[in-house]
Write a protein that binds this ligand. Structure first.
Ligand code: AMP
Ligand code: ZN
Length: 491
């Protein structure tokens, strides 16, 4: 049932929607966006100096799940994922090299803006391809590029300068965090602890370890500015891009947990100081890492796996999405090939179930509620998956009703069930076998199938299961649909 609230927002009745915000360290109800029309959501995006690994992709699947849950709850969403194609230094302490410049060196390319753009283009294409393969609708997302927003970035630094939030050193312009009394409020950063470790901190002219570069001077590459040639810092890029695409204040900001202490606290300090408006973002959502053997997947550890590698190994990209759904986003997730195998089998089973049934049912309301209560409880996708499988295995609903229930839940899961997909079809055949007509099979197979049907009708589940196993030994798999059993022969 739907109703409209005071603002005309269509809502599902009786289901409050909670999200855990790092800012308040609590689950808060999302009731309405700041601006009536739509929820404004910004997701920190990729630094395009290399191919994204599957850990990075957890970030965008998570953002897509937030979007889908909002939409299911009746909100429309304006979503932005930025592209960092400049200014992301290899260390958060403002030392090290710009990651894009390092990538040019790696590729043997001359340090020019044109080469930088060309290299970024390559990884942006790959990024869009990865998103599409994970069923993330790129056409509905805005992807601003840091190097296209230089004017806005310079303008924001000037504003901060005019308001005396900056100082200039030999290597660039710094944000003076002592001027922002709430610095570190996200995640309660221990500032005094940082001050004690100050001497370990990197950049030369920095007055305190929490200060950070807004503009990095560089004679070799970059853009002209009031502070000389150079380029903007990674943090100001995000603040300026939020401002340019979504406005001064937004509803939701997301990113990996590693971005929370520095990058996101810096974004808050810059944006709230420049605009004078708080809070910069109402909700701050952070997802945990994807690990391998309890170690974060990252380029520096050298344990990277990319989406194309999974496909080469015979996996469907959506199996990775299914794997992500099985863990809460605020829990670290260990990647193993066995876990991916299991995710793929479950995903393909769902496809089979949906494809075998007609579109004649309506979602069963009690289960629908159970499943969406899980989604609305801070995106408990694992709980929602559990509830959905319970609904499927309950043996109480018709096949068509179950299909409708699965498709309803898939509006949030985003597995793209029911959509034509050749790769999924061929993987289904490999995993479950080729469909065969019962009448064309040897008599003893037909007899076993009939005996199993009879046992099922009499609710003799154990006997039915044992007959299913006999069929499996003969390389036949059986699936029950509303129109009777379907048989598959395994090669
Ligand atoms: P980057 O391209 O390095 O700027 O990172 C893009 C996004 O991926 C950020 O939100 C990071 O927090 C996130 N990220 C990086 N490594 C992992 C990982 N192993 N698991 C989950 N997210 C990650
Ligand atoms: Zn960012």
């Amino acid at each position: 049932m739907w109703f409209k609230d005071l603002f005309g927002i269509k809502k599902r009745a009786g289901l409050p929607f909670f999200l855990y915000s790092t800012l308040t360290k609590s689950k808060e109800e999302f009731t309405q966006p700041r601006y009536v029309r739509s929820v404004r959501m910004y997701n920190c995006g990729p630094t395009v100096y290399d191919t994204s690994h599957i850990g990075n992709l957890r970030s965008y699947v998570f953002a897509d799940l937030v979007r889908r849950t909002l939409e299911y709850n009746g909100f429309s969403v304006k979503q932005v994922i930025n592209i960092t194609d400049f200014g992301h230094l290899s260390s958060d302490a403002d030392s090290g090299q710009d990651k894009m410049s390092a990538a040019l060196k790696r590729e043997g390319l001359e340090l020019t803006l044109e080469n930088m753009r060309m290299l970024a283009d390559r990884y942006i294409e790959e990024f869009y391809r990865d998103l599409k393969q994970l069923n993330i609708g790129t056409e509905r997302i805005l992807f601003p590029r840091a190097s296209d927003h230089i004017a806005g970035e310079i303008a924001m630094i000037r504003t901060l300068e005019e308001k005396s939030y900056t100082y200039t050193g030999a290597d660039g312009v710094y944000f003076d965090t002592s001027r922002f009394s709430e610095y570190g409020k996200l995640g309660d950063i221990n500032i005094s602890g940082l001050q004690e470790g100050a001497r370990v901190a990197a950049a030369e002219d920095k007055r305190r370890p929490t200060d950070f570069l807004l503009w990095k001077k560089d004679e070799r590459i970059g853009w002209d500015s009031p502070w000389g040639k150079g380029f903007p810092g990674w943090h100001i890029e995000c603040s300026a891009m939020v401002n340019a695409t979504l406005g001064k204040q937004i509803d939701i900001h997301t990113g990996g947990i590693d971005l929370m202490p520095t990058h996101h606290n810096n974004e808050i300090a810059q944006s709230e100081s420049a605009t004078g408006k708080r809070p910069f973002s109402r909700f701050w959502l952070h997802h945990e890492f994807l690990n391998i053997q309890d170690e974060k997947i990252s380029k520096s550890v050298g344990n990277m796996i990319n989406l194309p590698t999974l496909v080469e190994k015979g996996y469907h990209p959506i199996s990775l999405r299914y794997l992500f759904l099985g863990a809460h986003y605020r829990s670290p997730l260990n990647f193993t090939w066995e876990a991916l195998d299991a995710a793929q089998t479950s995903y393909l089973k769902l496809r089979r179930l949906v494809d075998a049934e007609k579109n004649e049912g309506r979602p069963p309301s009690e289960w629908q509620r159970k499943i969406h209560e899980r989604f609305n409880d801070d995106l408990d996708t694992a709980g929602a998956l559990g509830a959905m499988w319970e609904m499927i295995k309950g043996k109480k609903l018709s096949g068509a009703t179950i299909k409708a229930g699965i498709l309803d839940a898939d509006q949030v899961f985003g597995l793209g069930l029911g959509k034509p997909d050749e790769l999924a079809d061929s993987l289904c055949q490999k995993t479950f076998g080729v469909p065969v007509e019962l009448s064309e099979l040897p008599e003893r197979v037909q007899t076993l199938v009939e005996a199993r049907e009879a046992a099922r009708k009499e609710k003799k589940w154990e006997q039915a299961d044992s007959l299913r196993k006999d069929l499996q030994k003969m390389n036949y798999a059986i699936e029950d649909t509303s129109e009777g059993p379907r048989l598959f022969r395994k090669e």
